[in-house]
Design a protein around this ligand. Structure first.
Ligand code: NAD
Length: 302
């Protein structure tokens, strides 16, 4: 890595900063909601003890506490049956004091994730994974956009990074990141290429991107030959190498070429959590039926 530290600093997309601004803004809305007797609340369900999931659930719980959202943690052993989980979701769907339901993925193998996602009431689906809400991404009227792609669009907005007419290449095609993000960027009139493990010559396609987003989970896959000069690089990946968290992008190798880049950690991750909190507050506002300035939270742009 050449270039001095202040040059590099200017290129960094500070996910923590944007997340803290979102949290501050929704905390203010929550104060107003509480005056009206409404306490936004989220139920977070964890089945099993996947170490990464335990950390993600803890981060979500801490963010909820910071914002003033009530978080109800539901922890079950890996042996918890699909039927019991469906019953629990039904109970939470019917609980008027719960505004958002999140089931931490992945689930143990004996539980059908698709069935579980479909069981969550679409109006409490703050993770944005219910097929009804996913379908509404196409028509830009989903009540809850999936948190990671939505967080990425907020990053682009925050730094005034134009999307219209730009070549956006997304490496990774999962239902929770790559696919919804592709549609969301198409909605903003980007030219989008969606790549997967079977794509031929990922490198040459990636190197034409004005905005390159990598969500593969392959540590340091993206080296300098994948990146065009002046590109914006968004790294969604989270890998653990010898106890150290790193992303898909080899930051040191590409930072001199890019105009903007997200670090890992401290990039996409904090935004994903902040946006989940925003979706929860949005749900509480919609359910309350109140029509005040609190509704500005729904358009929480820069
Ligand atoms: P996934 O495993 O469901 O999908 C990975 C995708 O990457 C697949 O489409 C696969 O075909 C593609 N892929 C894998 N290797 C590739 C290669 N060499 N070339 C081209 N395509 C390749 O993953 P996911 O759930 O979307 O998560 C991806 C990564 O993002 C993981 O590291 C995950 O931990 C991380 N993640 C981070 C956040 C966050 O908030 N920061 C949120 C969700 C996921």
């Amino acid at each position: 890595m050449n270039g001095n530290n202040s040059d590099i600093k200017k290129k960094i997309i500070d996910g923590k900063l944007i997340a803290s601004e979102i949290e501050l803004s929704i905390s203010e809305k929550i104060v107003e909601l509480k005056k009206q007797g409404i306490v936004p609340s989220i139920a977070v369900i964890l089945v099993g003890e996947n170490p990464a999931s335990v950390v993600y659930v803890r981060n979500k719980e801490r963010a909820a506490q910071r914002c003033g959202i009530l978080s109800k943690k539901e922890i079950y052993p890996a042996s918890f049956s699909e039927k019991s989980l469906l019953n629990k979701i039904e109970e939470l769907n019917n609980d008027p004091l719960i505004h958002g339901i999140l089931v931490q993925l992945p689930l143990p193998q004996h539980i059908n994730e698709k069935k579980i996602m479909e069981a969550i009431s679409p109006d409490k689906d703050v993770d944005g994974f219910h097929p009804l809400n996913v379908g509404k991404i196409f028509t830009e009227n989903s009540p809850f956009y999936p948190c990671t792609p939505y967080g990425i669009t907020k990053m682009l907005d925050y730094y005034d990074i134009p999307v219209k007419g730009k070549n956006c290449v997304i490496i990774g095609q999962s239902n929770i990141v790559g696919k919804p993000l592709a549609i969301m960027l198409m909605n903003r009139l980007a030219t989008v290429a969606s790549l997967n493990i079977f794509t031929k010559d990922v490198k040459s396609i990636a190197s034409k991107a004005d905005i390159l987003i990598s969500a593969t989970g392959k540590a340091h896959l993206i080296g300098e030959e994948y990146v065009k000069d002046g590109a914006v690089v968004i790294d969604v990946g989270i890998s653990n190498i010898d106890g150290k968290i790193c992303g898909d992008v080899n930051f040191e190798k590409v930072v001199n070429k890019v105009s903007k880049i997200t670090p890992v950690p401290g990039g996409v991750g904090p935004l994903t959590v902040a946006v989940l909190m925003e979706n929860t507050v949005k749900s509480a506002i919609i359910k309350s039926g109140i029509n005040t300035s609190i509704k500005n939270v729904l358009n929480n742009k820069k």
